[in-house]
Design a protein around this ligand. Structure first.
Ligand code: GTP
Ligand code: MG
Length: 364
């Protein structure tokens, strides 16, 4: 039996009586709501302006204040790494409203206590952000937030992939290549947990991308294999580690920087959807740079990235294929593809770069 819905505080009879009036009123309210939403979407964020979230205000008037690096971002405050290696916690000054700060940002801070009613709030406050040397970002999940910022002022991106658990997926590596090109940062592929596959296993999953001239380094945090090579690469450099949850990013850092004691996930954790590391963490190294540990990612979105980057990511395809890859069929034997999955990948990235968020609720 279907039951009639009625609102709290309204009797069934009353609702029956003015149902038509009520219906009209609801329609007016809904139309107004739609209008407001449309206005909001007509801003630059709606136009998916890649820089709308990245503008930084002028810092000149704050240059007398000391500088620090954002070590870790929390929702209410940030942990700052000072020049002398010490750390302090700071809030964000109102002047920075609308600026998206990220791990690695260089900031000016004021250590004079700000007036606050809450004793729990830190005494220092960040007042200005310096221009970024580099900015690693990935496509956002929502059109109100076109980009998810990963790290500022880093030199290299190391994408970590385990030989097993979680499985090695070349698709993620291609995506990381797009992001590294966008940020103008060299990319290295770090294969982790090498001890979990036989030494004879040549890792054929990577064959399709071996010709890309991206260095591939095989490592094991358990046996120490390949770690001296990594240490050698860390001199005077800031390196961001990125990869699925559980590939062993934090384990790798714990071995490279003994005594740092980062939290490591349980072996059976893979697939639970929970990350062990929960926010990007800038860790200075004794080699004159830093390693940035990041929370595990599910995927790397390339929404909003330029399609022009695809020519570098897929150099084996003729330029005319890159103009409209969707016209090609990866299963067409006449194309003579050595790795048909690469064309499929190209098509996927091509479409995703121009897509909008499917969850967005636009009335047009
Ligand atoms: N056999 C083996 N296991 C490893 C290796 N490195 C890491 N592990 C294991 O993999 C699991 C996950 O390691 P984590 O270092 O927490 O992985 P993570 O990438 O930092 O994960 P998130 O912080 O969630 O992103 C742990 O149980 C580690 O013991 C390795 O080289 N060999
Ligand atoms: Mg971790």
């Amino acid at each position: 039996m279907s039951q009639k819905k009625f609102r709290l505080g309204q009797s069934r009879t009353a609702q029956d009586l003015d149902s038509r009036e009520h219906y009209l009123k609801e329609r007016v309210v809904e139309s107004k709501r739609r209008q407001i939403r449309a206005e909001r979407l007509a801003t630059e964020v709606e136009a998916h302006d890649p820089n709308s979230m990245l503008h930084l205000p002028d810092t000149a008037q704050w240059s007398h204040l000391p500088q620090a690096t954002i070590k870790q971002r929390h929702s209410q405050w940030v942990d700052l790494l000072l020049e002398d290696g010490s750390e302090i916690r700071a809030t964000l000054a109102g002047k920075l409203k609308g600026v998206k700060l990220v791990c690695g940002d260089r900031v000016h801070f004021s250590s004079s206590p700000i007036e606050t009613m809450d004793d729990k709030l830190p005494g220092a406050s960040v007042v200005a952000v310096l221009p970024r040397r580099s900015l690693l970002k990935r496509g956002g999940i929502d059109d109100r937030e076109p980009w998810q910022l990963v790290c500022a002022n880093a030199d290299e991106l190391w994408i970590c992939a385990a030989v097993i658990d979680p499985p090695l997926r070349p698709g993620l590596l291609e995506r990381a290549y797009v992001l590294s090109l966008d940020a103008n940062m060299p990319l290295r592929i770090i294969v982790t947990k090498r001890d979990m596959a036989s030494p004879k296993d040549s890792l054929p999953e990577l064959d399709a991308i071996r010709d890309l001239e991206i260095p591939i380094i095989e490592t094991s945090a358990k046996t120490g294999y390949g770690l001296d090579l990594l240490q050698g690469l860390l001199h005077n450099k800031v390196v961001v580690l990125l990869g699925h949850s559980g590939v062993g990013k934090s384990s790798l850092i714990n071995t490279i920087l003994p005594g740092i004691g980062l939290k490591i996930g349980a072996i059976s954790k893979y697939g639970t959807g929970r990350q062990t590391t929960t926010s990007a963490n800038w860790l200075p190294t004794p080699f004159g740079g830093a390693i940035v540990d990041t929370p595990g990612i599910r995927t790397l979105s390339v929404r909003g990235q330029s399609r022009e980057l695809l020519g570098t990511v897929f150099p084996e395809f003729p330029p005319e294929w890159l103009e409209d890859p969707m016209a090609l069929d990866p299963e067409d034997e006449e194309l003579g593809l050595l790795y048909p999955e690469r064309l499929l990948s190209l098509q996927r990235l091509w479409v995703e770069m121009a897509t909008r968020n499917p969850n967005q609720n636009v009335y047009r």
